[in-house]
Design a protein around this ligand. Sequence first.
Ligand SMILES: [Zn+2]
Length: 342
Amino acid sequence: MKAIQLVTVGKPGKFELRDLPEPKPGPAEVVVEVEACGLNHLDLWLEAGGLPIPIPLPRTPGCEIAGRVSEVGRDVSEWQSGDEVAVQSNIFCGECEYCLRGEESFCLRAEMLGITRDGGFAEKVLLPIRALMRLPKGVDFNTSAALTLAGSTAMHMLTARAQVRPGDWVLAIGGASGVGSAAIQIAKQLGARVISTGSTEAKRSLATNLGAEFVVDSTKPEWPAEVRKLNNKRGVDLVVEHVGGDVLPKCFECLARGGTIVTCGATAGRDVALNLWPIFVKEQRLIGSYGRNRVDFQATLDWAAAGKLKPVIDSIFPLDQVPAAFAKLRSRNVLGKILVKP
Ligand SMILES: [Zn+2]
């Protein structure tokens, strides 16, 4: 089977399209034929060697997989060849104390698909059955591959980690990104008043079309003041953040008393200088969010099936064009998701 593998890290990294042996399922595993796989910022970190864990190369990236079961292991009874599936990228162990209480995002022995084991930029991928979720009727492969990682990350942030209430003001950073585009839609459905940010006119109008009531230009240094002006300087109750770097401290300037910043990433930098004064004087909170639980994953698929959460697809690349897909995401000139179709 064909797979595109990262053989040397860098910006850009070196990729090779390779013929690999057909994967064979172990007793509780399946082989999935990949129909579509989303590209994520996580892949750029892998490419650049920017993850804080050692990654043996070569590695097949790709963590946002939708496809069809093509072969099942000896002990697998609940899945059969032809079943259409979405794949959870944080492959939890299912046995640790956190997994046993349904908090798979805290799993002590989780594997990261496309990072610590081979992922979906390949014709086929080997998976444990606990990573699978049945695709609901009406959710096609592209929709799943464009939503299930970024969308379920946003779902976890807005429901499990920070509970949005009707009438809350929510600021979704980067409304044209995978997480941002889903966060706008989810927050709106939960009854929040949504503000977003965008660095170009095209990104801002996408955020508006997804349901943001106001969208500010993030290239203007005074954008946090623009956010505060929108509700008489009160500030927002929740910021959905995934950029880090210089952006995270600015999010505190946007925050109301008692407000929360929930962060799931740091694409612009992990080391951030924080002024603690507003955190204690205004009783604000900064909380982390990592991946998703199975319930978040199921909710994302259910919302997609119900038409409450729509994918935003920027472009689709074939397997042999994966390096160009990485280059496009790195350029940040992207509206929504980039997909790879083997
Ligand atoms: Zn676990």
